[in-house]
Ligand binder design. Structure first.
Ligand code: PBG
Length: 325
């Protein structure tokens, strides 16, 4: 055979492959989600997320320092609210001395360089387990947005670097940006969950925070997985309303969306490799059906290749270690 082009030339050895590799992961690509609970000295494994834990604030700080040492530069905080503090309006979310606010202050004091991002949504605080206020069985938009804006200011006051609204209400990015400006928080960023789908892959997360919806589902606010154009529309609107970073969630089943969004906006795109995606790899690895490290690095690389420059993943710490080799 005489060929003009032999594509295998560029795949012939590890050195050549390293030279031409387009997508390289690095620890600062990862956002490490953290689940925080009340108490001291507590580290409980989440049953549907083996190897992942809920920690009290003191042990969370140790974890943050370890993540920092591994090159991870951002954490995304979720708190498990006590049942007795939950109500329909998410009142506890605004408590200046609430678990979230205390966690932010403690982490920023212990590891000031770490970029602290906070989940902004009512579900962990809601007696209904919904991301918004419920009236007559409906999740009401505008009243919810008011609370989300106040919650964001409260997180900023505690020292959060970015607030991350994960609720999918209409108009919340503009409301949050306006509230931050009015309160003088001109350095607080917004990472918007712009294209968040109503997904079964959030199951293990809801176990972690005991935040499953008490009735119905989240389909009147989270997006239908049949849709693509809606993701672009939502994301462009969030950028116009002031989002600094946008997000597609989940990641692996939505790589087409990640690419499309990345092609349509001029801000960094993140993708959330969610709890169910973590659980799937864990389960297959435990059965001996997949090599965990290879499966994770291939998955995370594909998410970055699709267009996400940031990846929220429960594998952040493992991946950072594996990349160090
Ligand atoms: C809550 C929230 C959820 C996740 C992040 N923020 C759950 C949901 O929307 O029901 C899911 C994260 C994961 O599954 O890893 N607003």
């Amino acid at each position: 055979m005489q060929l003009i082009r032999r594509n295998r030339i560029l795949r012939q050895s590890p050195a050549v492959r390293a030279m031409v590799a387009e997508t390289m992961l690095k620890p600062s690509d990862f956002i490490a989600p953290l689940f925080i609970i009340e108490g001291a000295g507590i580290k409980e494994e989440i049953s549907s997320m083996p190897g992942y834990y809920r920690r009290s604030v003191d042990l969370t700080i140790e974890e943050v320092n370890e993540l920092w040492a591994l090159g991870i530069r951002s954490v995304l905080l979720f708190i498990k609210c006590k049942d007795e503090l939950k109500d329909n309006k998410g009142t506890e979310a605004l408590n200046e001395d609430g678990l979230m606010q205390r966690s932010i202050r403690a982490i920023k004091a212990a590891c000031p360089g770490m970029v602290v991002m906070t989940d902004v949504a009512l579900d962990p605080f809601s007696s209904f387990g919904h991301d918004g206020i419920v009236e007559d069985g409906e999740i009401v938009n505008d009243a919810t947005v008011e609370v989300l804006a106040k919650m964001s200011v409260s997180h900023a006051r505690a020292g959060a670097d970015f607030v991350a609204p994960s609720d999918m209400m209409d108009g919340r990015i503009l409301a949050i940006r306006t509230a931050l400006e009015e309160a003088g928080f001109t350095r607080t960023g917004i990472m918007s969950y712009s294209a968040k789908y109503a997904s079964c892959f959030y199951g293990p997360f809801r176990d972690a925070l005991d935040s499953a919806p008490g009735f119905g589902d989240k389909k009147t606010y989270q997006m239908d997985y049949a849709n693509r154009l809606e993701a672009v529309k939502e994301t462009i609107m969030d950028v116009e309303e002031g989002a600094d970073i946008v997000m597609v969630k989940p990641a692996m089943a939505y790589l087409d969306i990640v690419r499309e969004v990345a092609d349509n906006v001029q801000v960094p795109v993140s993708a959330y490799h969610v709890s169910g995606e973590y659980a799937m790899i864990k389960a297959a690895a435990k059965m001996g059906w997949l090599n965990e490290e290879k499966a994770v690095l291939e998955s995370l690389t594909s998410i970055k290749r699709a267009g996400a420059s940031l990846i929220a993943t429960y594998y952040a710490k493992d991946a950072a270690r594996w990349l160090k080799g």
